[in-house]
Design a protein around this ligand. Structure first.
Ligand SMILES: Nc1ncnc2c1ncn2[C@@H]1O[C@H](COP(=O)(O)OP(=O)(O)OP(=O)(O)O)[C@@H](O)[C@H]1O
Ligand SMILES: [Mg+2]
Length: 265
């Protein structure tokens, strides 16, 4: 059975300009297997965040999202979201931020503090338990967000550009570490990124989206074995994937440009 099944998912907002309905995501279908790592790329505004929020049950949608065959319409303990903006509580220390997820879910699976410490260690932050978010670097804050999501032991990790605010080197290191954790913890992952390289390196499949309205353009299977090492990015096959996805995204930009020009004259 598919772990996540997305059927005819559409998301309509009310335009703040004229109050008219605005279709941000249109009839998306996608099936994700247990333990699969799926990455999503697409130009800004194509509905990536909206899609993730709908899967988490945070916003209204049409269509259905099934997890283990059961329809979900609200957040649940089997899904955890890592947001782009670190979304940490500034008045709580690293350990307390990780504990928060467990408190929220009234975690009963044993010693909460021990568990929180375990995940702080797992993301490489041991020794920083008592630091506050403003005393951490962006990469460290992002690690706290990941530890908080993992601590509640979700089956599914929804990640919305979790490394968006990081420099290229830190990003590569974090991606590498995330793969190791994912491999050990056997999660299903849905990961949004603007980096084509990151999408290829992390993904079993890359979902390329288009906008106006937001749809899936193509899904590309990435045939690299795991575990994957950073050197993979220098392989000719990697460059082939990169070129293909870049071309798909740039035709998208050109098409949008043409529509804009047509409508102006
Ligand atoms: N609450 C809202 N009300 C009205 N329109 C919205 C709302 N949230 C998002 N939108 C619109 O829906 C579209 C998709 O937004 P979304 O944030 O899902 O895009 P995205 O693909 O995540 O973009 P980015 O890559 O910039 O993060 C955009 O045109 C945006 O203006
Ligand atoms: Mg977004």
């Amino acid at each position: 059975m598919a772990h996540i099944q997305i059927e005819n998912l559409s998301i309509t907002y009310q335009s703040p300009q004229d109050g008219k309905p605005f279709v941000a995501v249109d009839s998306v279908n996608l099936t994700i297997d247990q333990g699969e790592f799926v990455t999503i790329v697409g130009s800004s505004g194509c509905g990536k965040s909206s899609m993730l929020m709908a899967i988490d049950g945070l916003i209204a949608k049409e269509g259905r999202v099934l997890v283990n065959g059961r329809e979900v319409n609200a957040p649940g303990p089997e899904r955890a979201m890592v947001f782009q903006e670190f979304a940490l509580m500034p008045w709580r220390s690293v350990l307390q931020n990780v504990l928060f997820g467990l408190e929220l879910q009234r975690w009963k699976g044993g010693d909460r503090i021990k568990r929180a410490r375990h995940y702080v260690n797992l993301v490489g932050l041991s020794g920083f338990e008592d630091y506050y978010p403003h005393q951490l670097s962006g990469g460290m804050r992002q690690r706290v967000g990941i530890a908080r999501a993992l601590a509640v032991d979700p089956e599914i990790l929804l990640m919305d550009e979790p490394f968006g605010a990081l420099d290229a080197q830190t990003r590569d290191v974090m991606g590498d570490e995330l793969l190791k954790i994912w491999d050990r913890e056997k999660k299903t992952a849905l990961f949004v990124t603007h980096s084509i390289d990151e999408a290829i390196f992390l993904g079993d499949r890359v979902v390329v989206m288009q906008k106006g309205p937001g749809r899936i353009k193509v899904v590309i299977k990435i045939d690299f074995p795991r575990p994957r090492a950073v050197e993979l990015r220098d392989e000719p096959e990697f460059a082939t994937y990169r070129r293909r996805i870049r071309d798909l995204l740039s035709t998208e930009v050109q098409e949008l440009q043409r529509i804009k020009e047509d409508s102006h004259g």
